[in-house]
Design a protein. Structure first.
Length: 357
């Protein structure tokens, strides 16, 4: 049986959403921001539906009923429908376009029509620090979606997986642990840490916030191919185009496949009192932008002479403040999930498997 694909649209209902007890059957999963880079990779992984939980690899795959909510990527439904997904009768997919998590009637319609949900994976965000800095009200509305929290208020059995950011840290005292104070230097970080606090206040026993570093990996699997910093660098090196890269901004860059494994761990294992909370989610290496360039050039036999290193601290302040070193200690997440996170070289090898080595 082919994976089922049904396209919907988020109609505006002026009645409150109701959430009933979870039904027996496939695990119902709502993914917000499903058309984004991480959302597309997660959707593809769930449709393949192989067991990924590191601590229980011999268990049977979990059957899913997926509701993939997204905003305004017009080609996404057609691209998804035409993709070559694994045949799996235990997976159904409903695509719901036009979803705005800051729009209360829209969110109520989403839950009334497609709920209840066993798990909500919140990937939707305004993730550009520049856009957030210029439009703080937009950042607050989208990154701290009160209608989503309210729609979940009666869903006591729903686990919530929220994608946060390493940019909640100030960048002056790395490597950061989850117990270190979150002191964002810009509006984007402020909005993300604010929603972390709101989620964990309202759902102290059933929510996790994953403070993700810069995600790297291959382009998205569908035709509307979104990319990462690695593809940007590959393009510049291929064209031998001179480009400046920072040498003093460090992050615990993380492989998209590892991020998927983390999310699926909580989807498959659930979230209990001892699991709920904040987690740093990064790779095993801390790297600057120039470090990434050099590693990619070495792996793919590029001449990196066009890459010019520059210290961010030596430049005049820009419109958006930026933390310098937000490397993280990821031992808490490693211990809970059993996942061994890739380092930079392994990320590049997995992203460009046909290159040398």
């Amino acid at each position: 049986h082919k994976v089922k694909v049904t396209q919907g649209y988020c109609a505006r209902l002026l009645v409150p959403a109701t959430i009933s007890a979870m039904s027996v059957g496939p695990k119902a999963v709502l993914i917000t921001g499903a058309s984004g880079y991480l959302g597309q990779h997660l959707l593809s992984s769930l449709c393949e539906n192989t067991r990924t939980c590191a601590k229980d690899e011999d268990a049977s795959p979990v059957p899913f009923r997926i509701v993939a909510a997204y905003g305004s990527l017009d080609s996404f439904a057609a691209d998804f429908a035409s993709s070559d997904l694994s045949e799996n009768s235990s997976v159904s997919v409903t695509l719901v376009g036009g979803v705005d998590l800051s729009d209360r009637p829209c969110v109520e319609s989403l839950f009334a029509t497609h709920g209840p949900f066993d798990c909500v994976v919140n990937l939707a965000a305004v993730s550009s620090p520049g856009v957030c800095q210029k439009s703080p009200e937009l950042a607050q509305a989208v990154n701290c979606p009160a209608p989503l929290v309210d729609a979940l208020r009666d869903a006591t059995d729903t686990c919530i997986i929220h994608l946060s950011t390493d940019q909640v840290y100030a960048g002056t005292d790395a490597p950061y642990k989850e117990t270190d104070e979150a002191r964002p230097v810009h509006v984007y970080g402020d909005s993300k840490v604010a929603f972390e606090k709101e989620l964990l206040r309202k759902f102290p026993s059933s929510a996790v916030a994953l403070r993700s570093s810069l995600i790297l990996g291959p382009p998205t699997p569908f035709r509307c191919r979104k990319q990462t910093f690695l593809q940007f660098v590959e393009g510049r090196l291929t064209r031998n185009e001179e480009t400046m890269f920072y040498t003093d901004e460090y992050r615990s860059v993380v492989y998209v496949g590892d991020v998927i494994r983390v999310i699926r761990h909580f989807l498959e294992s659930g979230i209990g009192d001892q699991d709920s909370g904040v987690y740093n989610m990064g790779g095993s290496d801390s790297a600057s932008r120039l470090d990434i360039v050099d590693a990619l050039a070495k792996q793919c036999d590029f001449d990196s002479g066009c890459a010019r290193g520059v210290e961010r601290a030596s430049l005049p302040p820009g419109d958006v403040p930026s933390p310098l070193d937000i490397s993280m200690d990821i031992s808490k997440l490693t211990n809970v999930t059993g996942i061994k996170f890739c380092g930079l070289d392994e990320i590049i090898r997995r992203t460009f498997p046909k290159s040398k080595n």
